[in-house]
Design a binder for this molecule. Sequence first.
Ligand SMILES: Nc1ncnc2c1ncn2[C@@H]1O[C@H](COP(=O)(O)OP(=O)(O)O)[C@@H](O)[C@H]1O
Ligand SMILES: [Mg+2]
Length: 320
Amino acid sequence: MSLLSIRNLNIRFRTGDDYVHAVNDVSFDIAKGQKLAVVGESGSGKSQIAMAIMGLLAPNAEASGEVLYEGQNLLALSQSQLNRIRARDISIIFQDPMSSLNPYMRIERQLGEVVVQHEGLSRRDARKRALEVMEAVQIPDARNRLTAYPHEFSGGMRQRIVIAMALICKPKLILADEPTTALDVTVQAQIMTLLDDIQRDLNTAVMLITHDLGVVAGFCEDTLVLYGGRVMEEAPTLDLFDGPGHPYTRGLLRAVPNISDATATLAAIPGSPPNQTRPPVACPFAPRCVDVRDACLEALPDLTGSRQKRACIRPVEELT
Ligand SMILES: Nc1ncnc2c1ncn2[C@@H]1O[C@H](COP(=O)(O)OP(=O)(O)O)[C@@H](O)[C@H]1O
Ligand SMILES: [Mg+2]
């Protein structure tokens, strides 16, 4: 059984009289210890998938389908049941470390709170655990820095603390939503190396949300490409980079000069993202696709294939 199994997830947001169809019929699995990258342009629905898993969708959201964690549908749980899972099993790392840290609380307290609350640890044991995770994320002089406040750390060190916070309850799944986007390039690389080491040690599953293909190549064995809230392609990362099966993926990869370059980001593809106020009835990428056919505008392509899944009616050999 998969650790996480997302089945036909739809998320729409009510805005006035309209809906924004942010996530459309998305299905995928994450196995224990697996690292899956979710890539796509801004607005493609990446963060909302993570929010649905965490039960943190905005009040104007309506979600349907299933988010099965160890077989249990998280969309159907009460807040208190979700709280338990959030504290012990699944944690999230956001892009901006300051959004996860309380500026007025000493690091030791922020880190320890969750294990005091959810594992019933004493303050003293919580402090010990806090020190362990601070050391695991390689904060220099961790013992003396436990009593510091967030603003006393650099951006990179703060993101390490957020990772420590995500790790303290030994989760089985970490959702990392653009964890290095706010950091400069050398710090980004250090943080990714750290995540990689930790992931290997603990065999934690990771869903890495990123628009940075350089990061994907080095870290995730599998990649899922989203466009307009739909899955365009899902494949082992190496296969996807070697032979992208969807025109959108091809467009993304083509303009990247060197994929091992840590600064490589998603290429700009001409055209603008889809209007999401209507549920998609045709391939959402069709208006921007160089390989478009009439049929692409008439019906939604299925996601087909086994190892490399793609949602495109044209055979790979025909793509430019
Ligand atoms: N509370 C909300 N109300 C209306 N639209 C929203 C809300 N939250 C997110 N959206 C829309 O959902 C879409 C997907 O957003 P998101 O998942 O955050 O994209 P990204 O891939 O950049 O993480 C976007 O079009 C965004 O504007
Ligand atoms: Mg986002």
